[in-house]
Write a new protein. Structure first.
Lengths: 195, 195
DNA sequence: ACCTTTACGGAATAATCATTCCATTATTAA
DNA sequence: TTAATAATGGAATGATTATTCCGTAAAGGT
């Protein structure tokens, strides 16, 4: 019948995600998107509806790639202590090397949009739940194998660990990119597991 | 000579601070300010220059009132453990009761503006430094009096405690206002002091 | 009463915003 | 080749943005 193929929608979504990630929803204009995505204004609106819907798709794409990668790493863990340490090292390294100070798209969106945008708040909450759940299971595994003490609740610990990461993601957007500060926070955080 | 008095500039600043605090810089329009501050557009620009300068003044006002109040509470502390516990209870209570989900203006501004606005980043960094410094001195006092173990660095601890607060301030802007989550995070955080 | 300054309401400006529309070109299956 | 769909560039729209300007009213010290 007709022309079948489109541009690779996932590649466009990845670019959109990175634009929103670096500058937020409000500070990324339709013009920025046209220039940054490499598709025309008409294609943009034909394909994604509008800016808000594109942002939702970008946020979901972040969840499906970034968060999924983290969760898979957690689920595949054999060395439990090592994996948790690795997660915090990854956050630290990303924060210290990213010239754009992007932080975490979920944290950024929480601050910028959650209070006035239920749809976004829902996605962010689900993302948090996913990560805390997989962390909780990992900790439980560590407790059953004797790596961590049974005295603390795995759920409490997972909430605590993720809260520490949230804090680090804010720090990543500041201009205080001091490795010592990250190391201090990480080692204090992880010390809770060794009680 | 002439008409001397103006409207109370501090009262205006307090209103501006609350508007920016609830909605951020970009989402608070000049029109919002005119309606929310109760002064005319002309007076606004005659008195504060422009929106950005008004935001800077609001951020400084936040520091001079909210952060100062916290620091004075820390400096005046006699019961060290109690004061730290009180700080976290205050953050929790504010987060759970604030219908506007304002969070913390410093954290909000870090996310929204710090990466692209040096002036804001500088104010936020100075604010962080002030709070971490006074926390550090409090912890040191606690170590000298035997309340806390000397094994941990007071500087590391202060950075860790403030990072936990940053995390909680993000959580406050989400739609997951579950007291249990706050309690878990707070008790895990404070457990580090009892090592 | 008279300057001088302060504040005001409101119009005006010019830029930017998200979004829509249209005519044209490209692509593919029948 | 032809019909149908996809994608384009670019103009147009209308709303909203921050900011400036102006004429007028109000207030206080001389």
């Amino acid at each position: 019948m007709a022309r079948t193929k489109e541009f690779d929608e996932n590649k466009i979504l990845e670019k959109a995600m990175n634009l929103f990630w670096a500058r937020g929803f409000n500070s990324t204009s339709a013009q920025d998107l046209v220039e940054g995505l490499g598709i025309s204004r008409s294609s943009l609106y034909d394909t994604f509806g509008n800016k808000h819907q594109l942002f939702i798709r970008s946020l979901e794409y972040y969840r499906e790639t970034m968060s999924r990668r983290l969760i898979e790493m957690i689920n595949a863990s054999t060395n439990i202590e090592g994996t948790i340490w690795q997660i915090f090292m990854k956050v630290t390294h990303e924060s210290l090397t990213d010239k754009l100070s992007k932080g975490c798209l979920m944290v950024n969106s929480t601050i910028e949009l959650s209070p006035h945008d239920t749809q976004i708040a829902t996605i962010v909450a689900a993302n948090t739940q996913d990560i805390e759940d997989s962390l909780r299971l990992l900790i439980k595994k560590g407790q059953q194998s004797g790596t961590f003490p049974n005295t603390l609740s795995a759920r409490s610990l997972s909430r605590f660990l993720y809260n520490s990461i949230r804090g680090l993601r804010v720090l990543a957007k500041s201009k205080q990119l001091n490795p010592e500060v990250f190391d201090d926070i990480v080692s204090m955080t992880l010390s809770v597991l060794k009680k």
